[in-house]
Ligand binder design. Structure first.
Ligand code: NAX
Length: 330
């Protein structure tokens, strides 16, 4: 049988953790023939709840789950891991603006970056979900000088999935029939879902629906979807966020041609080397294709003035966030 891979999930007793762990253990990410060992990290107040989650994981008798370890020490939780889902972070409270959130969460990712550097396996891949995920991924990457920068990703797949769902609904198609919908920039309401290159059933979206809707209601609905879910549910999106995390890491593991991935390209927040004029060294969401374990930023996409202005705005926001945390970037 294939040797198990070690997967760490931080914030494992939280809402997203609760939705994510059971799908990982069921084989939804790495395949039905890939055993896994889960190494779960929480802060001390979360450990008791995490013990309960572990009981449920064991009670599910997942054949692929070859072990579960828990710890409140990142050095232990990251020991020998191949894959990391960095979900845990402080939620934004009503009195906090985005800059406060960045300052509150930044130090978590310096510590976790160092612990990954010192303890993880050589083939490590990291997905940062905890917000502000692009800048948290940047901090973690800087704190792990021994790990290549292209291993640190931020999750914008939920934004992509939300955008695909809206296009599918509008055009009476299925989400799986929407392709090449790239998210550009920051996982925040400045991100730009690039409808101009998107296709539904192989035909350009812009040939099937008016630009008024695309530039108006479509962008607004995608950008404010998280808020709408909190208003309706009383809690932030958790199951759809976990599904997007599975999609991201599954695409990276299996390649873009994975059966669960109808798109020719998908979106990942990754290290910029200056593509499309984005400053080098930001974690920026680009359209990517993925081979096994690696990705390539899609080159040569043309943007009109509308798209250029949107991409400039989200770039500027990430530059500002980087400035806010510059003391944490070793
Ligand atoms: P919860 O508050 O339910 O869970 C977070 C968990 O993290 C808690 O159990 C907490 O004890 C733990 N935690 C806090 N600090 C930690 C640390 N230093 N080490 C380990 N664990 C720690 O939040 P949840 O709904 O699960 O959301 C988690 C994060 O995902 C939040 O930052 C949230 O903003 C972010 N999201 C990101 C999304 C994305 O698309 N990138 C979408 C969904 C979500 O909003």
């Amino acid at each position: 049988m294939t040797a198990p891979i070690r997967i760490s999930v931080t914030g494992a007793a939280g809402n997203i953790g609760y939705a994510l762990l059971f799908r990982l253990a069921a084989g939804d990410c790495y395949g039905k023939d890939q055993p896994i060992i889960l190494q779960l990290l929480e802060i001390p107040p979360g450990m008791k709840a995490l013990e309960g989650v572990v009981m449920e994981l064991l009670d599910s008798a997942f054949p692929l789950l070859h072990g579960v370890e828990i710890s409140d020490d990142p050095n232990k939780a990251f020991s020998g891991i191949n894959q990391a889902f960095l979900v845990g972070s402080r939620p934004r409270t009503k009195d906090m603006n985005r800059a406060d959130l960045i300052s509150a969460n930044g130090p978590i990712f310096t510590g976790q970056g160092r612990a990954l550097n010192d303890n993880a396996a050589d083939d490590l891949r990291v997905l940062v979900v905890g917000n502000p995920c692009n800048t948290n991924a940047l901090i973690a990457a800087h704190s792990a000088p021994g790990i290549p920068k292209n291993r640190f990703h931020a999750m914008t797949r939920l934004d992509e999935n939300r955008a695909k769902a809206q296009l599918a609904k509008k055009l009476g198609s299925l989400p799986g029939e929407v392709s090449n919908l790239g998210i550009w920039g920051n996982h925040s309401d400045t991100m730009y879902p690039d409808f101009a290159h998107a296709k539904v059933r192989g035909q350009a979206v812009t040939e099937q629906v008016g630009r008024d809707w695309l530039e108006g209601d479509f962008l607004k609905t995608v950008a404010t979807r998280g808020k709408a879910i909190i208003e309706a549910r009383g809690q932030s999106s958790a199951a759809s966020a976990a599904a997007a995390a599975i999609d991201h890491m599954s695409t990276l593991w299996h390649g873009s041609a994975s059966p669960s991935d109808a798109a020719t390209f998908t979106s990942m927040g990754v290290w910029s080397d200056g593509q499309y004029g984005v400053p080098k060294g930001l974690i920026f969401s680009f359209p990517v294709t993925s081979g096994k374990g690696d990705y390539q930023i899609v080159e040569g996409l043309e943007h009109d003035d509308f798209a250029r202005a949107k991409i400039a705005a989200t770039t500027q926001e990430l530059v500002n966030e980087r400035e806010t945390v510059k003391d944490l970037l070793a």
